[in-house]
Design a protein around this ligand. Structure first.
Ligand SMILES: NC(=O)c1ccc[n+]([C@@H]2O[C@H](COP(=O)([O-])OP(=O)(O)OC[C@H]3O[C@@H](n4cnc5c(N)ncnc54)[C@H](O)[C@@H]3O)[C@@H](O)[C@H]2O)c1
Length: 238
């Protein structure tokens, strides 16, 4: 598979290394200093584009790819409020976008466990629910896209919770998300159910960025030849 990378930061570099290990060719790398490469022969030769940049530019980059007939796998987080309008356009125009807030295969098992646990805990109102996420100090968005995905599943399943909040909860209907920024932590997410008598915690801890990069490349392999808006549930088939 010929891959074009947009964004050559921490994730872009990890994806390049793992793509080579899986026998793929990175034919084009675009970052802020060579945006003209969107119109290059190298970009044209890509079978698929993988985009990991920043929240303010991801949608614009995706649209540039669509305009050039390319399917995109995007892992950039922090712009989900614009995703539903884009999804509609993708369906209407027959574009292809695979987006996930977290490409780690283990985290997607965690997503399924989180939903399953929330379904059970809906019947146990004596437990309050809170979340914590820890990331490196350069992360642009707070809370993390992954934490928001986890929180939204909880809100979907738990009748007594209607909204997530960034920081401490003030009302019983709120799920608090505490964000901690420290060192070079690739990502730790914890969901906590606490009653007066005990505590149940689910934690996923990424050891490095390799798991995200591997998941993004497997997603690119999966996306090849498909149309529409795709996500990890389509690929992992829980
Ligand atoms: N979905 C996942 O599994 C997952 C995992 C890790 C990180 N992320 C997200 O991926 C994104 C990138 O993370 P990172 O750690 O690589 O960040 P980073 O800051 O190390 O790299 C971002 C790169 O994008 C480049 N960039 C900025 N604007 C650009 C533009 N207009 N065109 C092309 N390149 C541009 C920057 O110069 C930089 O090299 C973030 O949103 C992060 O939250 C997602």
């Amino acid at each position: 598979m010929n891959i074009a990378l947009i964004g050559y930061g921490k994730m872009g570099k990890t994806i390049e290394r793992i793509a080579h290990q899986r026998g793929h060719t990175v034919v084009c790398i675009i970052d802020v200093d060579n945006l003209q490469m969107f119109d290059s022969e190298e970009f044209k030769s890509a079978d698929i584009v993988i985009e990991f940049t920043s929240p303010s530019v991801a949608e614009h980059n995706i649209r540039k790819c669509f305009a050039r007939g390319k399917s995109v796998v995007c892992g950039t987080t922090g712009w989900t409020e614009r995703l539903s309008a884009l999804k509609k356009e993708i369906d209407e125009q027959n574009y292809t976008l695979f987006w996930s807030s977290n490409f780690s295969l283990g985290m997607n098992v965690f997503f399924a466990l989180n939903t399953y646990l929330a379904k059970i805990m809906n019947k146990f109102p004596s437990y309050d629910i809170a979340m914590e996420e820890v990331h490196h100090t350069h992360k642009a968005d707070t809370p993390s896209g992954t934490a928001i995905t986890l929180a939204e599943s909880i809100l979907h399943e738990i009748d007594r919770k209607t909204v997530w909040v960034d920081g401490a909860a003030r009302n019983p209907n709120e799920v608090s998300i505490e964000s901690i920024r420290t060192g070079d932590v690739p990502g730790i997410h914890t969901v906590i159910y606490e009653s007066n008598v005990d505590e149940i915690t689910l934690t996923h801890s990424a050891k490095s960025r390799d798991g995200f990069a591997l998941g993004a490349i497997i997603a690119a392999e999966f996306t090849l030849g498909k149309k529409g808006f795709l996500g990890m549930n389509d690929m992992m088939k829980f």
